[in-house]
Design a binder for this molecule. Structure first.
Ligand code: MGD
Ligand code: MGD
Ligand code: SF4
Ligand code: MO
Length: 668
């Protein structure tokens, strides 16, 4: 018998959709959208629908595996857990707990996935990662400017006169925002897309502005310059609610509009027009994450924030510097869940440079790496070094659903459940502020797969802190919701309604009181200064550019973007897609002309870090000298593109520089 049950998408994505999942004879057979979800309204993407395939795939890992003489052998859970627990004990005694590295990302947005941190903290504190490959530079930037990174609620877009979509590939990555763009466009709002690629969102825009990658901060400075020249700034906001404006003026006076235009490769008239668009309020700015994955990424977001501030578009309906919405995640009881005070030792590696740090770590060296919710061998930059580092440690434990590039080199693989096989609730701190409940839909899980939480609980028992994991799912979920209880937000209500709106600011900063040291919007950041940075805005450039590294730029003339794939969330779906998977090298028209390339030609793309081979697809409207290869592709399909990317950190040290990458290309 088929039943349709409300559930939630677990994927790391802007949208956090509500699902209707069909379950037949204990098996998930179809995933559709929940028409009652207030934001996602019954529509979901292919990645969501593919979760059925991910759950039922014959390629799933079903039993614990141990590598013996280079081959995986099936072992019992008893043996796997006993051997891994023994390693934890020995490492703690001999080297100290920080000889263990916990390498992870956020492949699953379930709140209980954070219990891995509780396990490692109760063990005594391991080497953990700081920063983010994804959005780190921009989050830190907005903390400097505003005190937090907050977005307007999705429906506030109906109040906007103009909408600037700045480096967000909405049609592909944030489909419900894209749906709203279609609607507001019909209602008369003006859409402008600023992006080196003519992406699907650009297709519906009134104007697509192509820009040289990494130059958006310079462009924002140019727009501010024009706003000030034309007297279009919001003087009241600047005088009453900002700090450091004189520093910003000085900076803006240090560059001419012509220079901005020449460097960003955006015509002067376009910059002047953008000044008028920003001044004719309300103008909403929606930044994506692409434009901050550069050495100058934090400063880029800060200059765009400054533009939004100077034009008076902060704290007003229809405005906003919308980048992320971390008030959502900030609503839950993380400390109670993860127990950071239980750590006795602690060491931090940068998520970007985790591989180099593994190779050079001393006192103690890394003896064991445990990977959860991540696939570092394809997703972390400079893959050659990542593979070397992760292969070099005595013990690599990977908790996975599939035989990924990372799982392949593991010493132990522990097979885990998919989202439909365990209960949790899901949220994303990127766009809207609803949390969605995800019940356990499959009662009899395949083979011997176990939830991550079961694995931590078993290991905790063997290591002598079982009581820290002695809670039921309901108790865990209630624990995370504690701060919300007095606002009437309970687990019972969440289960009953399937989705609940968190008590979050809908139009952030409406009272013009900011969470910065001065209480104002800070053009010059005191938090930045407290952390040892100058704190002033600059005209910083990408690292791999003709200005910062002229010799490198002569050798490698093209900018490589590695944006998120259409049909996969990062590396999660390539092996399950039908048809022949080929690595597509998308190139700007001028590259095709210069090198005499046609669609379908096989090419090699390389730099000093590595190479990939793939097939040409010419993008007629992309910015000159720009290449894109979608990220996430596995070694068996010609990847990973991270063979080419750099592990350098962004200016504020918390973001990646994945798109700050020069390459060359030749026909094979
Ligand atoms: N289909 C799909 N959707 C996803 C994901 C996925 O893997 N697949 N992943 C999810 C996750 S984890 C994230 S973080 C989000 C990311 O969501 P987005 O931010 O939308 O996606 P990105 O692919 O990171 O890059 C977005 C855009 O930035 C542009 N860009 C790159 N460099 C620059 C620049 O210098 N200036 C400007 N103006 N634009 C630039 C690219 O051309 C691209 O159009 O997507 C989420 N949604
Ligand atoms: N070149 C380049 N590299 C990038 C990016 C880019 O734009 N360009 N984007 C970056 C960004 S924004 C992000 S967010 C990262 C994402 O990096 P990752 O999160 O590492 O990538 P995913 O492929 O989403 O997921 C990793 C693995 O988690 C497993 N998994 C799924 N659910 C669970 C679970 O419940 N438990 C466990 N234990 N495992 C699970 C999946 O099977 C998958 O193999 O990649 C970054 N890397
Ligand atoms: S991946 Fe994103 S858009 Fe697709 S179903 Fe999940 S939450 Fe919705
Ligand atoms: Mo991400």
């Amino acid at each position: 018998m088929a039943t349709v049950v409300k559930a939630a998408c677990p994927l790391n994505c802007w949208d956090s959709c509500g699902f209707h999942v069909t379950v037949e004879n204990g098996r998930v057979t179809k995933v559709e959208g929940d028409p009652d979800h207030p934001i996602t309204k019954g529509k979901i993407c292919g990645r969501g629908r593919m979760l059925e395939t991910r759950t039922n795939s014959p390629e799933r890992l079903l039993y614990p595996l141990k590598k013996v003489n280079g081959q995986f052998q099936q072992i019992s859970w008893e043996q796997a857990l006993a051997e891994i627990a023994a390693k934890f004990t020995k490492i703690k005694e001999k080297y100290g707990t920080t000889a263990v590295l916990h390498s992870h990302d956020y492949a699953n947005n379930g709140i209980l996935k954070n219990l891995d941190q509780r396990f490692f903290n109760c063990y005594g504190g391991v080497t953990e990662l700081y920063g983010s490959l994804c959005w780190g530079a921009g989050i830190e930037a907005q903390k400097w400017d505003f005190g937090n990174a907050l977005s307007h609620e999705p429906n506030d877009i109906y109040n906007s006169k103009s909408i600037i979509i700045w480096g967000r590939n909405a049609a592909r990555t944030n489909m419900h925002f894209y749906e709203k763009l279609l609607e507001v466009k019909k209602l008369g709002a003006k859409l402008i897309v600023i992006d080196p690629l003519f992406n699907a969102t650009a297709k519906i825009a009134d104007e697509h502005i192509t820009i040289k990658p990494g130059m958006d901060g310079i462009l924002a400075a140019g727009i501010i310059k024009e706003i000030l020249r034309l007297g279009l700034e919001d003087r009241t906001f600047i005088e009453r609610s900002t700090y450091g404006f004189a520093d910003l003026e000085k900076l803006i006076n240090s560059i001419s509009l012509e220079k901005v235009s020449e460097m960003a490769e955006v015509p002067v008239e376009v910059i002047t027009n953008l000044a008028y668009v920003y001044a004719e309020k309300p103008t909403a700015t929606f930044m994506g994450l692409g434009l901050q994955r550069y050495q100058n990424g934090g400063n880029t977001i800060r200059l765009i924030d400054a533009l939004v501030a100077v034009s008076g578009n902060i704290g007003i309906p229809g405005g906003g510097a919308n980048y992320a919405n971390i008030q959502v995640g900030q609503s839950f009881a993380f400390e109670e869940l993860t127990l950071p005070n239980r750590r006795k030792n602690h060491r931090l590696f940068s998520i970007m440079k985790q591989a180099e740090d593994v190779l050079t770590a001393k006192n103690p060296e890394i003896k064991m790496i445990v990977v959860t919710c991540g696939n570092p061998l394809t997703q972390v930059p400079d893959s050659t070094v990542v593979e070397k580092a992760f292969s070099s440690v005595e013990t690599l434990v990977v908790i996975e659903q599939f035989m990924t590039d990372t799982a392949k080199i593991a010493d132990y693989i522990l097979p885990t459940t998919t989202a439909f096989e365990e209960e949790d609730f899901y949220y994303s701190s990127m766009y809207h502020h609803y949390v969605n409940y995800g019940p356990k839909l499959v009662q009899e899980t395949p083979g011997e797969v176990k939830p991550d939480l079961w694995i931590w609980t078993q290991l905790a028992q063997q290591l002598g802190f079982g009581e820290d994991f002695n809670f039921t799912r309901d108790e865990w979920l209630n624990m995370t919701l504690k701060p919300l209880k007095e606002k009437g937000f309970t687990l019972e209500k969440l289960k009953e309604n399937s989705t609940l709106e968190l008590p979050a600011a809908k139009i952030p900063w409406q009272d013009k009181r900011f969470a910065t040291p001065s209480g104002k919007f800070e053009f010059t950041s005191q938090l930045g200064q407290q952390k040892g940075f100058p704190g002033e805005l600059t005209l910083a450039l990408p690292d791999e550019s003709k200005w910062s590294m002229p010799e490198l730029a002569a050798k490698y003339p093209y900018s490589l973007l590695t944006i998120h794939p259409m049909r996969s969330n990062h590396s999660q779906n390539y092996h399950l897609l039908s048809g022949n998977i080929k690595l597509k090298v998308e190139i700007a028209q001028n590259i095709a002309d210069d090198q005499g390339l046609q669609n379908g030609d096989q090419v090699r793309v390389w730099n000093d870090r590595g190479e990939v081979k793939g097939f040409v697809s010419i993008l007629s409207a992309a910015h000159p000298n720009t290449i894109n290869i979608d990220e996430g592709i596995w070694r068996r399909f010609g990847g990973p593109v991270n063979n080419l990317t750099s592990s350098r950190e962004s200016d504020n040290r918390l973001g990646s520089t994945l798109y700050d990458c020069l390459v060359n290309l030749e026909k094979l």
